[in-house]
Ligand binder design. Structure first.
Ligand code: BLA
Length: 497
């Protein structure tokens, strides 16, 4: 059920709602005719014209109000005078339209040079990635003035964790809390990879509709992906209200083309920060993205490289020994050199050879018999062995995770690697099983959870997950051992002939 509901979240077309947040105004202009096709009802706060009066006019005819529109370049912005005082005029392009957005300029003291210098300074003095994350959260707090600024990191399965936090005194910390993947659905993550910041200035505000002439067929199909005022999914608004948050601001952290996390900010009253403040926060996010890219990813890459080199080394070493068992257990490299396992067993020709921390041989013989009933003869893994083999519960301490490389089709011969149990307690902000609830009205409406009360899940019998690099090394070693076995059999045959 949870799956179906999550799927419903993923389907909402968040960039095609045809509405904007009411602290600014928007015009949608046809690229060819330069005619105003849509106008938000709030346009009269910035220009002495109502949306009705503006619709159908050529943008060139509005030059007395918007004197400096020379460039409609994607992402360009300029400051102009308007009825609402100084405002930013921000321009974006879609396939057929130009989107012009108006937003008030607010008092804001910092220059981009200052933010940049400050960020570079703390980047160069941060001793660890966590310190860099904290420094970035500090900067965003300074720029935005939000009550709480968090760095929210995604785990491999899509759920997230607050890994750094700067919050005003008196607020309960969210540091260390986990949130289910469905809190930020797929299409939102895709959008956030391209559009790096978003502000929800007031969850209680009524959105302003993009109005159009009746005869017009542009409809709500205008793509507001790049809009800086885009109205936000009602489900997410409800989520923020349930959390007690009145304004939310978030900045993407992207590493190697993937959304690595967000800097997520909360305010407990409505809060508008202006376009330049958001640009500055975006800059901090981009710098943080490069730290993550270079430090976190580099560390991972280096480890994977090390394991890969060791795999090649182990293959060479194996060939220098009389038996495979000796080759993978007695030299300077062994079965534990090629991945993060803490124990390994080679089961070959009825013999068991152990390396590191493993369950006893009796247990392994029984496990081997169970594995012979496995529906595959390919490399496979689990980080929760007792879920497929309940008897493993007793050996969880050493063997919660198992990676198996079969060496014969009946699986009598194989290599097993083990990872120990992670003493893990996950603190969820609300029960993750109830992250999505169906609206009582009908099957197709969904709602976010209403309680964020801490829910402790203790994970027993689970190990750290196996990385793709660990699997590919197991494949490689298996291939080489099969080759070696074949060569030895051939040699033996030649000797006997
Ligand atoms: C969007 N969900 C978001 C965003 C965040 C979160 C940060 C981006 C918008 C923003 O800046 O507010 C989630 N916010 C969090 C989390 C923390 C936080 C985890 O502060 C932790 C501290 N949400 C649900 C369910 C659905 C859902 C059940 O709980 C789906 C039905 C949807 N979340 C949802 C949608 C968006 C979203 C649709 C996109 C909003 C948009 O950009 O229009």
């Amino acid at each position: 059920m949870q799956k179906i509901q999550t799927h419903l979240c993923d389907r909402e077309l968040i960039q095609f709602q045809g509405k904007i947040q009411p602290h600014g105004a928007a015009l949608v202009i046809d690229k060819n005719s330069l005619e105003v096709k849509q106008a938000s009802s709030t346009i009269n706060q910035f220009l002495p014209l109502t949306s009705g009066q503006i619709l159908g006019k050529s943008i060139q005819g509005l030059q007395q109000y918007i004197p400096f529109i020379i460039s409609f370049e994607h992402g360009s912005y300029q400051q102009i005078k308007s009825l609402a005082g100084d405002c930013y005029l921000i321009s974006h392009q879609t396939a057929d339209h130009i989107l012009l957005e108006f937003e008030p300029v607010l008092n804001y003291a910092y220059s981009s040079e200052m933010i940049m210098a400050d960020m570079l300074d703390s980047m160069s003095t941060s001793a660890s990635v966590i310190q860099a994350l904290e420094a970035a959260a500090q900067k965003v707090k300074m720029i935005s003035g939000f009550h709480r600024v968090m760095v929210y990191m995604f785990h491999e399965d899509g759920h997230g964790e607050v890994v750094a936090e700067v919050a005003d005194k008196g607020l309960d910390p969210y540091l260390g809390l986990h949130y289910p993947a469905s809190d930020i659905p797929k299409q939102a993550r895709e959008l956030y990879k391209k559009n790096l910041v978003r502000l929800i200035a007031d969850v209680n505000a009524t959105d302003s509709l993009l109005e159009k002439n009746e005869a017009d067929d542009t409809g709500a199909s205008i793509d507001l992906s790049d809009s800086v005022l885009r109205s936000v999914s009602p489900t997410h608004i409800q989520y923020l209200k349930n959390m007690g948050v009145a304004a939310s601001f978030s900045i993407s952290i992207v590493s190697q083309g993937e959304l690595w996390g967000l800097i997520a900010c909360h305010h407990y009253t409505a809060r508008h920060i202006d376009y330049r403040q958001r640009l500055h926060a975006k800059m901090v996010g981009q710098m943080l993205s490069s730290i993550v890219r270079y430090q976190v990813e580099e560390e991972k890459q280096q480890l994977h490289h090390y394991w890969r080199e060791n795999t090649a080394g182990l293959v060479r070493q194996m060939r220098q020994f009389e038996s495979i068992a000796e080759g993978v257990s007695t030299g300077s490299l062994d079965l534990l050199s090629i991945n993060g396992a803490k124990g390994a067993a080679l089961i070959y020709d009825g013999q068991i050879t152990l390396v590191g921390q493993t369950p006893g041989k009796e247990f392994l013989m029984e496990l081997s018999e169970f594995l012979q009933t496995a529906p595959t003869n390919q490399v496979f893994q689990t980080n929760h062995l007792s879920s497929i083999y309940p008897a493993a519960g007793s050996a969880a301490l050493t063997a919660s995770g198992m990676l198996c490389a079969p060496l014969s089709t009946d699986l009598k011969d194989c290599i097993l690697w083990f990872k120990p149990e992670l003493e893990q307690e996950i603190k969820w902000a609300g029960n993750p099983e109830k992250a999505v609830v169906l609206n009582p009205d009908g099957e197709t409406r969904i709602e976010p959870r209403s309680s964020f009360a801490i829910f402790i899940q203790s994970l027993k019998g689970r190990s750290e997950k196996w990385a793709t690099a660990e699997l590919s090394n197991a494949y490689k070693l298996r291939e080489e051992i099969l080759l070696l076995i074949q060569e030895k059999t051939n040699q033996l045959k030649r000797l006997n002939d």
